[in-house]
Design a protein around this ligand. Structure first.
Ligand code: SF4
Ligand code: MG
Length: 320
């Protein structure tokens, strides 16, 4: 296949201010050397606990957050080398769906205006065409064209997320970064929105980076899944293999926490000891060593590199 997006050794280190005379006290290594590629039409799931750097990674792809280092190549162009003006065009091609659809929709604007906004920003079509497209988009996401005149507060959470999706689709993006798009929704509504996203992917040939803290959410939607811990990817592989046979002890622990639908099968829940360390002061060696049930002596000193196993998956662990 052909990569639409290639991310190479991406980093975001936030300075910690507050020292004497505003000196920097250190850095939070929110994202610390992340690499992956996404093929056209593919969905890559990015999973990890809160604070692991998955949202920061997603936001850097849109340059909502400036990377500290690394490369982002989108459709053959190095985004990190582009001027702001050149970025504009690429910004159209990458759109984001946010976790909280209410916070991301302007409460004073009608839904029609909200969906039209990105078309205005990117100078797409005349007024009449834009209005027509708003009506079409509302129907595409399962709402009605008369909803264009209403305001965000008049909709349920699931409907608001549909509005957010319509807005993201308005400029015909190639890549959608969906940052926990269903985690703020009722469980009963989650699968409806996930199904919609899958339908839209087929219909429009979309490519997704799908960010979630819950492995069960990305399971059926993702072709491949990357698991992040403290700013790094610790395992990356095809969904099926990763779920059926997780290799990294952290992936194993995350998966053991996911309820199993089959009552005849009970997986043993792996309880991780200790809290997630602060990304401003990560443990030496393997940053998971203080919580890992399989930790060995050299895990405390030697950083495990992301290595390819026989089935093509990548794992950063000294056990392999
Ligand atoms: Fe556990 Fe060591 Fe593997 Fe890290 S490298 S995940 S501490 S076994
Ligand atoms: Mg987040």
């Amino acid at each position: 296949g052909e990569s639409l997006l290639k991310v190479n050794d991406l980093k975001k280190h936030f300075p910690i201010e507050g020292g004497v005379l505003g000196r920097t006290l250190g850095h939070v290594k929110a994202v610390d050397g992340v690499s992956f590629a996404i093929e056209k039409g593919e969905t890559l799931g990015l999973v990890g606990e809160s604070g692991c750097g998955k949202s920061t990674t997603g936001r850097m792809l849109l340059r909502l957050i400036e990377p500290s280092a690394g490369r982002i190549v989108f459709a053959g162009k190095d985004m990190t080398k582009l001027a702001k003006s050149e970025l504009r065009e690429l910004r159209k091609d990458i759109q984001m769906i946010f976790q909280d659809p209410f916070a991301s929709l302007n409460p004073r604007h009608t839904v029609g205006r909200i969906i039209e906004e990105p078309m205005i920003v990117h100078k797409l079509g005349g007024k009449k065409e834009r209005k027509k497209r708003v009506r079409e988009l509302l129907e595409v996401v399962g709402l009605s064209s008369y909803h264009a005149k209403r305001y965000p507060h008049q909709f349920s959470g699931g409907q608001r997320q549909r509005i957010g999706i319509a807005r993201a689709l308005a400029v015909k993006p190639k890549l959608i970064v969906a940052d926990e798009p269903v985690s703020a929704l009722d469980v009963s509504v989650q699968s409806q929105v996930l199904n919609l996203l899958q339908d839209l992917q087929e219909q429009f040939g979309l490519t997704f980076l799908f960010i979630a803290h819950d492995l069960s959410v990305v399971r059926h939607f993702s072709d491949r899944v990357g698991v992040m811990y403290l700013g790094r990817i610790v395992e990356l592989g095809a969904s099926k293999e990763l779920y059926e046979d997780p290799k990294h002890p952290y992936t194993q622990a995350l998966l053991s926490a996911v309820p199993v639908p089959d009552p005849n099968y009970q997986n043993e829940k792996i309880i991780l000891s200790g809290d997630v360390p602060s990304p401003s002061n990560p443990p030496s060696g393997c940053t998971f060593h203080n919580r890992c049930p399989m930790a060995m002596d050299h895990c405390k000193t030697k950083v495990p590199e992301l290595k390819e196993l026989e089935d093509g998956r990548l794992t950063a662990c000294h056990l392999y």
